[in-house]
Design a binder for this molecule. Sequence first.
Ligand SMILES: Nc1ncnc2c1ncn2[C@@H]1O[C@H](COP(=O)(O)OP(=O)(O)OP(=O)(O)O)[C@@H](O)[C@H]1O
Length: 458
Amino acid sequence: MPYEPAASGTWDSDGPELLPPGHRVGDWIVDEPLGTGAWATVYAAHPAEAGAEEGADAPSVALKVMPTAGLAPRQARNVAEAAHREVELARATGHPRLVRLLGSLVLAAPDRPALDGAIVLVMERARCSLRERLATPVGAAEAARLITGICQGLAHLHAAGWVHADLKPENILIGTDGEVRLSDFGFAVELSGTHGYAPPMGTLDYLPPERWREPLGEQGVRIRPTADIWALGIVVHEVFTGGARPFPGATPTARGAAVQEYAAGRTALRLDPAVPEFWRALATDCLAPSHEARAPHTAERLLARITAGRPARPRRRRVLRAALLALAVCTAVGGAVWSYTGRDATDDGPARVQVFNADRGCRERPERIPECSLGLAIDPRRPYTAENVVPARVWHGDLLAADCRLPDGQPIIDEEDHRSSVWLRIRLPHASPPATAWLPAVRTRDHPALPPCPRPSG
Ligand SMILES: Nc1ncnc2c1ncn2[C@@H]1O[C@H](COP(=O)(O)OP(=O)(O)OP(=O)(O)O)[C@@H](O)[C@H]1O
């Protein structure tokens, strides 16, 4: 098959050389790595010129560092072209559901030959990827909101004359506002008329059946917007099943063979029963076996169908409520689910606060299920993300011992549009190091009088 997987062996087996925290890149100082793809490592970074006062509160960005040194000429050309496409697409489009590109530069790092000359894209920083989010169950309302956001991004891209061509949960980010941002436009294709051409690259699990048979011409392989619609069908299935693929097989190649069997009419499409009826019908249309059968299901029409098919609720409330739940559950990634009994915590605390979960569904459930758990931050001045929560989880109604109040942590917005940068320091039970963690004030309705906290260290 004329195909080169995206995750081809670009790096040494030891992995890519990483930039250390504190390294200056243009106007930015590198913090921790956020993720690695086949071509790039993405880092959190903050402005180099932020005053000491601003410190960790300065806006954080994501730096996508795409090394070119040491690559074969064809690979280096691929990387440069991918970066160029990302910049071109950002210039030509721009939409709240697409990740924002803030600039690009070439890295000068003569002391690090593997990174010297790397192309760096400066982007808005997201909270996590959809792949990370899928590590914990996604409720129906949030699933609907996420899929709607993906459709909005695709509808805009397609209307602007582009195909993403590598849609997958790793490339669907969740912004700090809890909303979808499509990202990674390195394989994006600009349409001329009904189709465009791209190098034979992509991610096997998201390729439509026709791509497996598409001849490789001088300009590459033919790509049409229906390729994104197929990938959307796979993603819809994953959202409701914690990342399970709809086609059977232990490897991407085996699943690709199953896709071929289905497209040839030899097997039926079998979606997981966990996918609700409305979304099952939508995913089935996205996964129509040929370009022609899929073509009527444009992103715009799917969006209209979703808007018409979803229960009508006041828009503002729906969006904000879901945003807070997304925030809560994003932070659950990587943290162990741990039954935290508020009763213990109140024994020695100077003030008692009760956890409030914005999601009514969670408030009404007595079981302590992971999807209703909330995270406590390690450092309230850093973004409220998976890397920044303690393993302990808390649930609605838990009683916690708060010993002081920090007025100027990361701002958090609740479902009623209340924005607060106040955080409460919580004493954790002795058995669970660290000794303290931080609860955003919007996660409780209690307002006890508390002394100001000393500025947290580290
Ligand atoms: N703006 C961002 N904010 C936060 N995390 C990000 C951001 N961009 C990327 N990431 C993280 O970094 C990972 C790799 O980024 P990206 O997919 O852009 O790299 P890539 O090398 O082009 O990947 P691929 O293997 O899909 O070609 C993402 O899956 C995501 O987890």
